[in-house]
Write a new protein. Structure first.
Length: 156
C-alpha cells in the first residue's frame, strides 16, 4: 500500500478523538487560530480564508469534510497549513484540526490498507492505517482529501 520503502514521518492530529496523520513533507506550518474571513457561496466544509503573510489561504474544516460533527473551538484548535497537489499545481490550504500531537515515524510495514467498514470516513481519503502507541492512526492522502472540483470552487 505504501509507495515509499523508507520510514516516513507523519504529523499526527486529532479530530473528534480520532488520530489522523499527514506526511510532514506536505506540512508547511501550524498556526494558532487566526481570524477566519467567511466567504459566501462556498461548500459548507469551507470555513473561509486566512491571511498568511499577505497570501490568501482557504481553510477547510476537516470535521465537516469527513462528515463529523463540527467541533467547538478550544485553545488547542489549530490550522495545519499543507501543500496539496492539484493537477500538477501546488496549492496551499489550511486544514482545521482539534489539535496536533507529535511527529511520528512509520515504516511501510507498520501501515495496512484502510478497512472498508467500521469507519465513518470515506476510505478513499486514507493512504492506510498505522499503529502507534497501541492506537490506530489514520494516514490521510492529503491530495485526495480535497478534490480538484472542490478546490476550483474554493479558488474561484
Amino acid at each position: 500500500m505504501a509507495e515509499e520503502l523508507d520510514a516516513t514521518q507523519y504529523l499526527t492530529l486529532v479530530l473528534d478523538e480520532e488520530v489522523f496523520a499527514v506526511d510532514v513533507a506536505r506540512v508547511r506550518e501550524i498556526l494558532e487560530m487566526p481570524t477566519i474571513t467567511k466567504v459566501p457561496q462556498v461548500p459548507e466544509f469551507m470555513r473561509g480564508v486566512i491571511n498568511l503573510r499577505g497570501c490568501v489561504v482557504p481553510v477547510i474544516d476537516l470535521h465537516m469534510k469527513f462528515g463529523m460533527q463540527q467541533a467547538a473551538q478550544t485553545v488547542n484548535t489549530c490550522i495545519i497549513v499543507v501543500e496539496v497537489d492539484m493537477d500538477g499545481e501546488n496549492i496551499v490550504l489550511g486544514a482545521l484540526a482539534d489539535s496536533v500531537q507529535e511527529v511520528i515515524e512509520m515504516e511501510p510495514s507498520q501501515i495496512e490498507a484502510a478497512p472498508h467498514i467500521g469507519t465513518h470516513l470515506r476510505t478513499e481519503f486514507l493512504k492506510g492505517m498505522g499503529k502507534h502507541n497501541e492506537r490506530f492512526v489514520m494516514i490521510l492522502d492529503i491530495d485526495k482529501v480535497f478534490s480538484g472540483a472542490e478546490l476550483a470552487a474554493v479558488q474561484g
